[in-house]
Design a protein around this ligand. Structure first.
Ligand SMILES: [Zn+2]
Ligand SMILES: [Zn+2]
Length: 497
């Protein structure tokens, strides 16, 4: 049996030493036990309101400048992962809801292919600030259909055609959950991504018609096929939009039960995206794995800790370069933050709040310690693991690191092995033999900048839906001008000044 002094000499804190010493006295083997894993948080785990005002790790990252055109080149061997949103609801000013943008190099400084994984509320501001136009946001993968993962799809869909996306919007997501309603007469809702797109398309009718005085398609659009994109189904728009129109929404519904099903395998760019089921709130949630040029990344999005993720990350013994996995703060910390407390509260309101948040955790999310456990089970370990969907601050991250370390004692800091995402964090992964170091960067952007540069399409535009007899656009085709005050010598200048 080891004395407290011996334990302390091994680098353990006095508190840990006392704990382990106590366990040893009780006749238990020294090492990991359920008791040691589940200890209540130590003092630094109680973030105060003031603590939450900074995430120093991110502040101190080397910057990349996205304020100028052209933007920093995507290297030919680079897979670039940018967090356009990174938080769990409720939305906070510091972090938008979830979105991960993945690009792969094309050889001319530009991306050859790119993907939006989830697009929760507020993320379009970050895409705009990063100089990503709508044309590059035309492949959207929704891990599940919670609002914090799809709310900005409305914005992407509606405003894409007014920007530079003059081609359809493709949306990958889950098939119907097949969960019956809880009481008779039992009903099965069509809650899959196809039905979602059908209804969203119709809900946006006023918007899409009104903006169809502008061009929404061009002549030489090369429609992707099931073969060219390696899709599990034919790419067919919902509703009656032509399949080359920017207001065509094309769902690619995935069988969420499949492990390793191919969602996309582009013959030209070589990007392959597969999916696997994760456990989140209701059946149907998906994790995605993207592979390209010997590089790989997994984005599980929201999930309870589960085995598919471990197997996918082990990747047949090859491991993955980047694992992006959610993490949730302990219910107690969450409640303290929501209630603006500096220490755990007391009384019925406190109890109810903790209970409610624990229920959310249990149905849907991965606690800090479970995240550490998962990571400890993945061999070889991902080169970089990123915790996401997490309200970061110096204090919440310090607390989370402590929980992870209980399972992965070798991870001593936020750094090259394990990091917490934040909006505008850029992760640069390079192919090579050996593979170069993975870089973590902080994007420098303009808060007051306008949208990305919109370049006219190089192809001849088709006439807009609402146009005059000579084929030109008629912005007045849908309005009644009888009470309008028109520009003129006695009123105001059309130039706008
Ligand atoms: Zn969710
Ligand atoms: Zn979520």
């Amino acid at each position: 049996m080891k004395s407290i002094e011996e334990l302390l000499s091994q680098g353990l804190s006095r508190r840990d030493g006392l704990k382990l010493s106590g366990l040893a006295l009780g006749g238990l083997a020294l090492g990991r036990t359920a008791g040691a894993m589940c200890d209540p948080p130590t003092e630094p785990c109680y973030p105060t309101a003031l603590d939450t005002q900074r995430y120093t790790y991110f502040e101190n990252l080397e910057t990349m400048d996205f304020t100028k055109d052209p933007l920093p080149a995507v290297e030919p061997n680079e897979m670039r992962i940018t967090f356009m949103g990174s938080c769990i609801p409720p939305v906070r000013r510091a972090q938008a809801m979830m979105s991960v943008f993945v690009e792969v190099g094309g050889g001319n400084g530009k991306a050859a292919d790119q993907f939006v994984f989830d697009c929760g509320s507020g993320v379009c501001a970050n895409y705009g600030a990063m100089g990503v136009g709508f044309a590059r946001m035309d492949k959207v993968f929704l891990n599940h259909l919670h609002g914090d993962h799809m709310a900005d799809l409305t914005h992407i869909y509606c405003f894409g055609p007014s920007g530079d996306r003059k081609s359809p919007l493709y949306v990958w997501g889950q098939g119907p959950s097949d969960v019956p309603t809880p009481r008779p007469p039992y009903q099965y809702y069509d809650d899959g991504v196809r039905a979602f797109c059908e209804h969203l398309r119709e809900a946006c009718r006023w918007h899409t018609e009104s903006f169809s005085f502008q061009t929404t398609s061009y002549r030489n659009y090369r429609r992707p096929t099931r073969q060219s994109w390696g899709l599990p189904c034919d790419p067919v728009p919902v509703g009656d939009d032509p399949s080359d129109d920017a207001y065509a929404m094309i769902p690619i519904e995935l069988n969420w039960r499949k492990v390793g099903g191919v969602a996309y395998h582009n013959q030209a760019t070589g990007v392959k995206i597969t999916h696997f089921p994760v456990i989140h709130c209701r059946k149907g949630a998906l994790g995605f794995k993207l592979e390209w040029n010997g590089l790989s990344m997994i984005y599980t999005s929201d999930t309870k800790p589960e085995y598919h993720t471990i197997n996918q990350a082990i990747n047949g013994g090859k491991g993955v370069d980047v694992l992006i996995h959610e993490m949730v703060v302990p219910a107690e910390v969450w409640a303290m933050q929501n209630m603006h407390l500096d220490a755990p509260g007391k009384g019925p309101l406190w109890d109810k709040t903790v209970q409610a948040l624990t229920a959310v955790q249990d149905s849907s999310h991965t606690p800090q310690g479970a995240f550490g456990y998962l990571l400890s089970q993945i061999n070889p370990r991902p080169r970089l693991t990123v915790a996401t969907h997490f309200p970061v601050s110096d204090a919440t991250v310090a607390c989370a690191l402590e929980s992870v370390r209980k399972h992965c004692p070798d991870i001593t800091e936020v750094g090259p092995q394990l990091t917490w995402s934040f909006d505008l964090m850029v992760i640069r992964v390079f192919a090579g033999d050996p593979k170069p170091e993975i870089l973590q960067r902080r994007a420098n952007v303009l808060d007051f900048g306008f949208s990305p540069v919109v370049r006219p399409t190089p192809y001849p535009a088709k006439a807009p839906k609402y146009h005059t007899a000579d084929g030109s656009a008629d912005p007045y085709a849908q309005i009644d001008l009888s009470t309008a005050i028109l520009a003129g010598d006695t009123t105001y200048c059309r130039s706008g000044y």
